[in-house]
Design a binder for this molecule. Structure first.
Ligand code: G6P
Length: 469
C-alpha cells in the first residue's frame, strides 16, 4: 500500500466486520454519523483510513474497499472493555454530555486509553506520506494529535471533535484534564461543532495550561523551546445531501412510505423519533410528553402515532442497559393503556435500518422529534430536512443540539420542560401547511447549501491556512 497523502484516523473504520447469516464474516457499514460524513470525501481524495474493525482480537492486513485504503487497528477484548466501553463511553461521553449519566473515573481505563491512542498514532504515522495531512476524529482519540506530532513533525494534523466540549466547571472533574487538552493541542486545527464548544475548550486551555489565547489562536510552547500556533474554532458538520434527495424522489421509496403509513392504520399524523439508544437523546422525555398528550385526551391513537426507531448501541455499558429497560417499560405501559386492535400508540423498533428504509420513514413522518438533552450536532435533523422536497413536515428540535445553532426555523424546544415539549408537539401537529412550507424552505436552503463537502472543504482550508500562513 503506497504512503497516503491524506489519512483519516477514527475509532471505527467506515465498515464493521460482522458475522453473516451463515456464520461467515462480512463487512457492513458501521454505525454513527462520522462514516456517512467522511466517506464521500475519502473516495475523492484516495486517502487511507485508520480505525478499528468493530470486533475483538482481529488482526487484519490493510486492504482496499470502495476506493479507500483501510488500515485496521486491533483491539483486544480487554481493551474494548477499558478503552472503548470504559474510558471513551463511560468517562468522556457522559462527562462531555453535561453528566446526564455519572462519569466513571478509573485509572486502568485511562491507562488503556493512552495505550490504544498510541497504537492509533503509530498506525497513522506509518502510513502518512512525507508532509502529508492527517485528520483525527473524535473523543475516543484525543491524545492522538500530540502523539502523531512527536512521531511525525512533518505532517499537518487536524482534529475534529464530533461531540460537545463541556464547560470548565464540568471539565475540571477529569483527573487527566491537563493531559487531554495537551493531546488535542498537538493538532494545527482543532474543530468543534458549535462556537460554544470552542470557547469552552479555549477556556480550559487558558485556565489549566496558562497558554496565551487570542481569538481562536493558541500559542503552544514546543519541546525545543520554540512556539507554534494551534487554531480552535467551530466547523458545524453536515450530511451528504445527494443520496437523501435522490432516494426521496424515487418512486419505490415513495411507495414504501405510503405502505408504512398504511401499516400504521393511516393515522392523520405520524410523529417520528430516530436515535441511537442513548441517554443523551432524550427519548424518555419525548415518550413521556407523548404519553401525557394521550392521557390528557389532547390526541388519540387513531389520529396520531409515534414511531420510535432506537438503534442498539454500546449494549455492554451499564448506563445503556438501564436506559433500555426504562424506555421499554415506559413504551410498554403507554401502549398497554392506549393501543386499540387497529392502532398503536408507539411503534417502537429497537433495530437499525438501511438508508432506503430511513428515507421512507422520513417521508412518511409529518413531524420529526429531535429532543436530545445534549448532542454535538444531530445529523438526523438534517437528514429529515434533506428529504422534504415538497416543503412539508415539521422539525421539532432541541435547543441543546449543535443543529439548533443553524436550524433556527425549526420548532425549538427545551426537552426538560415537559409542558413546553407537549405544547411544541401540538403546535407541530396543528401547524398550517403555509407555515410548514415557509419554515421548511428556509431549513432546506441551509442544509442543502452547507453540506458535508462544504464542511470538509472549510476545515481543510483552515488547516492549510494555519500551516502555511
Ligand atoms: C457518535 C460519535 C461517533 C460514534 C457514534 C456511534 O456519533 O460521535 O464517534 O462512532 O456515536 O457510536 P459507537 O460507540 O457505536 O462508535
Amino acid at each position: 500500500m503506497p504512503a497516503a497523502d491524506f489519512v483519516v484516523v477514527a475509532n471505527r473504520l467506515p465498515v464493521d466486520r460482522v458475522e453473516g447469516p451463515n456464520g461467515e464474516e462480512v463487512w457492513r457499514t458501521s454505525p454513527g454519523g462520522l462514516v456517512a460524513a467522511l466517506e464521500p470525501m475519502m473516495r475523492s481524495a484516495h486517502g487511507a483510513w485508520v480505525g478499528w474493525a468493530g470486533q475483538p482480537d482481529v488482526a487484519l492486513d490493510p486492504f482496499e474497499i470502495n476506493g479507500i485504503d483501510l488500515v485496521p487497528v486491533p483491539l483486544s477484548a480487554e481493551e474494548i472493555a477499558d478503552y472503548y466501553e470504559g474510558f471513551a463511553n463511560d468517562t468522556i461521553w457522559p462527562l462531555y454530555h453535561d453528566v446526564i449519566a455519572p462519569p466513571q473515573y478509573h485509572r486502568e481505563w485511562w491507562d488503556a486509553y493512552v495505550r490504544v491512542n498510541r497504537r492509533f498514532a503509530e498506525a497513522a504515522a506509518s502510513v502518512a506520506a512525507q508532509d502529508g495531512t492527517v485528520w483525527v476524529h473524535d473523543y475516543q482519540l484525543q491524545l492522538v494529535p500530540q502523539m502523531i506530532r512527536e512521531l511525525r513533525p512533518d505532517v499537518t494534523i487536524g482534529y475534529f471533535h464530533h461531540i460537545p466540549f463541556p464547560p470548565h466547571g464540568l471539565y475540571a472533574q477529569l483527573p487527566w484534564r491537563d493531559q487531554v487538552i495537551k493531546g488535542l493541542l498537538g493538532a494545527d486545527v482543532i474543530g468543534f461543532q458549535r462556537a460554544q464548544d470552542a470557547t469552552y475548550f479555549l477556556t480550559a486551555v487558558r485556565r489549566r495550561l496558562r497558554y496565551e489565547v487570542k481569538g481562536s489562536s493558541v500559542t503552544v510552547p514546543t519541546d525545543d523551546g520554540g512556539r507554534r500556533t494551534a487554531v480552535a474554532r467551530a466547523f458545524p458538520i453536515s450530511i451528504d445531501t445527494t443520496p437523501y434527495k435522490e432516494l426521496a424522489a424515487s418512486p419505490e421509496i415513495r411507495a414504501r412510505a405510503a405502505e408504512i403509513r398504511a401499516s400504521l392504520g393511516n393515522p392523520k399524523k405520524i410523529l417520528l423519533g430516530v436515535d441511537r439508544l442513548d441517554y443523551t437523546k432524550g427519548i424518555n422525555h419525548r415518550v413521556k410528553a407523548y404519553g401525557e398528550l394521550l392521557e390528557d385526551g389532547r390526541i388519540g391513537v387513531e389520529d396520531v402515532t409515534l414511531v420510535q426507531v432506537a438503534s442498539p448501541s454500546r449494549e455492554r455499558v451499564d448506563a445503556y442497559v438501564h436506559l433500555r429497560d426504562e424506555i421499554e417499560l415506559a413504551v410498554g405501559r403507554i401502549n398497554g393503556d392506549h393501543d386499540t386492535m387497529g392502532h398503536t400508540a408507539i411503534r417502537y423498533l429497537h433495530q437499525g435500518y438501511p438508508r432506503e428504509e430511513m428515507v421512507a420513514l422520513y417521508l412518511a413522518a409529518d413531524v420529526m422529534l429531535v429532543t436530545a438533552l445534549r448532542d454535538g450536532m444531530n445529523l438526523v435533523a438534517k437528514e429529515y430536512v434533506a428529504t422534504r422536497a415538497d416543503n412539508h413536515g415539521v422539525l421539532v428540535l432541541s435547543e441543546f443540539t449543535g443543529a439548533a445553532d443553524e436550524l433556527r426555523q425549526a420548532v425549538l424546544v427545551n426537552p426538560h420542560d415537559i409542558a413546553g415539549l407537549k405544547d411544541a408537539i401540538m403546535r407541530a401537529i396543528e401547524m398550517p401547511p403555509a407555515e410548514q412550507s415557509r419554515r421548511m424552505r428556509a431549513l432546506r436552503r441551509r442544509v442543502l447549501e452547507n453540506d458535508v463537502s462544504a464542511w470538509s472543504a472549510s476545515f481543510l482550508q483552515a488547516l492549510s491556512d494555519v500551516r502555511r500562513p
